[in-house]
Design a binder for this molecule. Structure first.
Ligand SMILES: C[S@@+](CC[C@H](N)C(=O)[O-])C[C@H]1O[C@@H](n2cnc3c(N)ncnc32)[C@H](O)[C@@H]1O
Length: 287
């Protein structure tokens, strides 16, 4: 298979999502969803998503959350995923068909022009709920995404968001120079593409501005010792992304090597632990 995941049969070019849309990122997203699916399910239930609900997954990626949502809403509900990566959307549609999820479909489109993407995909009905996770931090215009998500909700519908704030607080203990350096390089790389690793600091105000009422917020802070599944989230993240930072010119090869060496050393050092970036949860309602 080529560097790009799936085959959507679409003609539009692959966008410049800073993490890439290749097979390595497709697999990383699957692992990441597995580790964060408990928090996602909690949020969905808190927002009242259940049988019969019509749900939009904005920036759905290859669809790992959407597969779960499609089962949660049962055959009487439906799930639409929108993502700018035609490769990811192709994977979602292929998997939906293989898994017999007739109530799930993906549409390739820009979340910053959600109304246009949904219209092009033939989706006219408003949604009972919109879910978006780790998308607002990557788009140049999060306000357009928030406005679009609000616009496609029915009155009384809920917006459910998991995204980053205070990204810099992710840490390795004991601290290492290489970790501090790669976190800064990561934030710089996202910002260079118009993203914002602290976007959740702005999202509640954007919701307010676009007529949504914030009903709930919390922060989900995890930590992991070697041997615990959560260890592999930051560990795999750096092993996948640090070489990309080198290729993009945000990190020197020597700094990348130092980081990988420190990660290997941390595994062998009793008492080491990793602190992933905190995930902020927000549920807002359309009056
Ligand atoms: C970190 S992944 C998260 C995927 C999925 N939401 C999840 O939680 O597994 C970010 C996703 O945002 C998508 N994305 C980035 N910019 C986008 C845009 N302007 N419109 C639609 N999707 C976008 C990427 O293609 C990628 O699939």
């Amino acid at each position: 298979m080529s560097d790009q995941a799936g085959s959507a049969g679409a003609t539009r070019h692959e966008p410049e999502y800073v993490l890439g849309t290749g097979r390595d990122e497709l697999e990383r997203l699957g692992h990441q969803h597995r580790l964060w699916s408990d928090a996602a399910h909690e949020a969905w239930l808190r927002a009242g998503i259940g049988a019969g609900a019509r749900v939009l997954d904005a920036g759905c990626g290859p669809g790992y959350a959407a597969f779960d949502l499609a089962q949660l809403v049962t055959g009487s509900g439906s799930v639409v995923g929108v993502d700018e990566s035609a490769g990811f959307v192709g994977y979602l549609n292929e998997q939906a068909s293989r898994r017999g999820l007739g109530n799930l479909r993906g549409i390739a489109g820009d979340a910053q022009r959600l109304g246009a993407a949904l219209a092009q995909g033939g989706q006219a009905e408003p949604f009972d709920a919109v879910w978006t996770r780790w998308v607002l931090c990557f788009v140049p215009d999060p306000e357009a995404v928030v406005a679009g998500m609000g616009a496609c909700l029915r009155a009384g519908g809920r917006l459910v968001v998991h995204d980053y704030f205070n990204y810099r607080s992710m840490a390795m203990a004991p601290r290492t120079r290489s970790w501090e350096r790669v976190v800064e390089a990561t934030m710089a790389s996202w910002r260079s593409r118009g993203g914002d690793p602290d976007v959740m600091g702005r999202v509640p105000a954007l919701c307010h501005k676009h007529g949504l009422r914030v009903r709930h917020m919390r922060v989900i802070q995890r930590m992991a010792r070697w041997g615990e599944p959560m260890w592999h989230w930051p560990d795999q993240w750096w092993r996948t992304f640090a070489p990309k930072l080198v290729a993009m010119g945000f990190l020197a090869q020597a700094e990348c090597d130092e980081l990988i060496g420190d990660l290997d050393e941390a595994r062998r050092t009793p008492g080491s632990f990793l602190v992933p970036p905190p995930v902020y949860e927000m549920i807002a309602e359309k009056p």
